[in-house]
Design a binder for this molecule. Structure first.
Ligand code: NAG
Ligand code: NAG
Ligand code: NAG
Ligand code: NAG
Ligand code: NAG
Ligand code: NAG
Ligand code: NAG
Ligand code: NAG
Length: 468
């Protein structure tokens, strides 16, 4: 096709592409930047006195190695090599232009002494720790204000040894909110790949206020009864690609967030341009969730080629009066579910507020959510779709959803309006309007967003541009 030259032609091209409400726009370019960067300098953690016996605490060795490698940050960056062994450590901070590389049979083990995970400030978009007032323990692997950071290797493992945290959470003996396994804050150009993440104390991988983040080919595992061990939680972050992951944990496999009630509204940083594809997993809660903290807004989420099995719920939106913000332009397709209690679940009354200062009149806007091409075997309930009185969730589109449902009350909908086509069992009354072009995803807008994010992403991800 020749390049269209006039505005009219551009609009015609979009009209052609968008003549079906289910236009599939390409998402792949956001995720293409995965070649291992060649760092000109490399050191092994053993050169800094680390001992991989699973007993010796190596926090100082990690800190010293990274302090040393900082002198190469403006010379092409450096690689910290972690060989086979069991490397016990407390929290340490990454730097820009660093590759943390875990060899086969290398295991970084989180210390089981909470004092090795110092307490840091709460996130401004949460106003306090997520589970307790005040600060929160710092993640095992932490980065703030960084560019060009890679955490990868040849199938090595990062193990948070979270059971002591889960027990202390359950017996209520924690003073501060539990730590993540990996948190990158306010950083650009992050790649996490080819590793296994085990037993996080809390959410496993938490990019917050980040841009251009890729999580690729990782396994994330935690026991099904471990509390709040979410897999990957992009939070107030944009241009995020999550692909080829297997996640089996105690809470949401992926939860897209953007801050909590009045703090999230004031901080105002959305999560947008999020691509998820080829995700497989199981959980006692939800496969892909949005919220419940979504006060900075969540938009342009594209998830496809998803398989969830032996799980409580597939696709979830959670929100509440007081959250404010919005969830819009969400597109989920090609989902396969097996042994799942609730296929699609929207909750407008999630509750959980940081304090009493939230504004109950701050109502979230939930609109333009498209779910298509879903098959499900042994599903209990097809959809539990609960909006907010006086604040309907609108423009919800369901297409080609074929579920083998065991309950004789498959859909339960309130305060919601939308469209459906080829849905079995037949959708609830408020979602029964016929689908016309333009009712569903706003394809012109989405196409533009993804195209512009692709060009930004390519620029940011080439090492020359980052360092230049
Ligand atoms: C991850 O593994 C894949 C497949 O083995 C490889 O192509 C890719 O380069 C690796 N990524 C990194 C960052 O090493
Ligand atoms: C991050 O950048 C901000 C603004 O420059 C600064 O106030 C803050 O101290 C930095 N934090 C770290 C850990 O570098
Ligand atoms: C990494 O580990 C997974 C799971 O054990 C295995 O399937 C895969 O082949 C391994 N990859 C490499 C490159 O060793
Ligand atoms: C709570 O759990 C922790 C970790 O297992 C344990 O050390 C502590 O003794 C428990 N405290 C109480 C009061 O049960
Ligand atoms: C993030 O970094 C920018 C500059 O790079 C800075 O202005 C801002 O204060 C930082 N924010 C946080 C939360 O560190
Ligand atoms: C749907 O996803 C599955 C993986 O879950 C993949 O094998 C299949 O090719 C996808 N179908 C389409 C039409 O893309
Ligand atoms: C639905 O499940 C029932 C009971 O397991 C089974 O007999 C039936 O063949 C299934 N139908 C489809 C369309 O898969
Ligand atoms: C429908 O969902 C509401 C919550 O939104 C619940 O209170 C009600 O019991 C459900 N009805 C049935 C028949 O399951």
């Amino acid at each position: 096709m020749r390049i269209p030259s006039t505005l009219v032609e551009v609009l015609l091209v979009f009209a052609l592409f968008c003549s079906s409400p289910w236009t599939v726009w390409s998402s792949n370019t956001l995720c293409q930047q995965t070649n291992e960067e060649v760092r000109p300098h490399s050191v092994s953690i053993t050169e800094f006195g680390a001992v991989g016996d699973g007993v010796t605490l190596n926090t100082k060795a990690f800190q010293n190695a990274i302090f040393y490698l900082n002198s190469f940050a403006d010379k092409g960056g450096a690689k910290l090599f972690v060989p086979a062994g069991r490397w016990l450590t407390g929290s340490f901070d990454l730097i820009s232009h660093l590759t943390l590389w875990l060899d086969k049979d290398a295991v970084i083990l989180g210390s089981t002494n909470p004092e090795d995970w110092p307490v840091v400030d709460p996130l401004p978009s949460y106003g306090r720790g997520r589970e307790l007032p005040g600060g929160r323990h710092k993640s095992l692997i932490y980065g703030h204000n960084l560019t060009d950071v890679i955490i990868t290797g040849n199938n090595g493992t990062i193990d948070g040894q979270g059971s002591i945290w889960w027990n202390r959470f359950m017996n209520r003996t924690l003073d501060y909110t539990r730590p993540h396994l990996v948190e990158l804050m306010n950083s650009t150009g992050v790649l996490i790949s080819n590793l296994t993440f085990l037993n996080s104390p809390f959410w496993t991988i938490h990019p917050v206020y980040c841009s251009q983040v890729t999580v690729q080919n990782v396994r994330i595992l935690a026991p099904h009864d471990s509390p709040n061990t979410d897999g990957i939680d992009p939070d107030s972050s944009d241009n995020v690609c999550i692909e080829d992951c297997y996640i089996s944990t105690g809470d949401d496999l992926i939860a897209i967030k953007s801050g909590w009630d009045e703090y999230g509204i004031a901080y105002g940083r959305p999560s947008t341009n999020i691509i998820i594809h080829r995700l497989v997993g199981k959980t006692q809660t939800s496969g892909i969730a949005i919220g419940s903290e979504m006060s900075g807004g969540v938009s342009e989420v594209h998830a496809e080629d998803i398989q969830f099995y032996d799980s409580y719920n597939g696709i979830r939106i959670k929100t509440s009066p007081g959250r404010g913000g919005y969830v819009r332009n969400i597109y989920v397709s090609n989902v396969s579910l097996a042994n799942v209690d609730i296929a699609i679940w929207f909750t407008g009354s999630y509750g959980e507020h940081p304090d009493d200062a939230y504004d109950p009149n701050a109502l979230p806007v939930i609109e333009k959510v498209t779910i298509k091409d879903v098959v499900g075997e042994n599903i209990k309930t097809a959809g539990l779709i609960e909006g907010i009185e006086g604040d309907n969730f609108v423009n919800i589109c369901l297409s080609n959803i074929i579920l083998n449902v065991t309950s004789n009350y498959p859909w339960n909908c309130s305060y919601v309006k939308g469209y459906s086509d080829l849905v079995q069992p037949e959708a609830c009354e408020p979602l029964k309007e016929r689908i016309f072009p333009d009712h569903c995803s706003d394809c012109y807008y989405l196409t533009n967003q993804i195209q512009s994010s692709n060009s930004q992403n390519r620029a940011g991800q080439t090492s020359g541009d980052i360092r230049g």
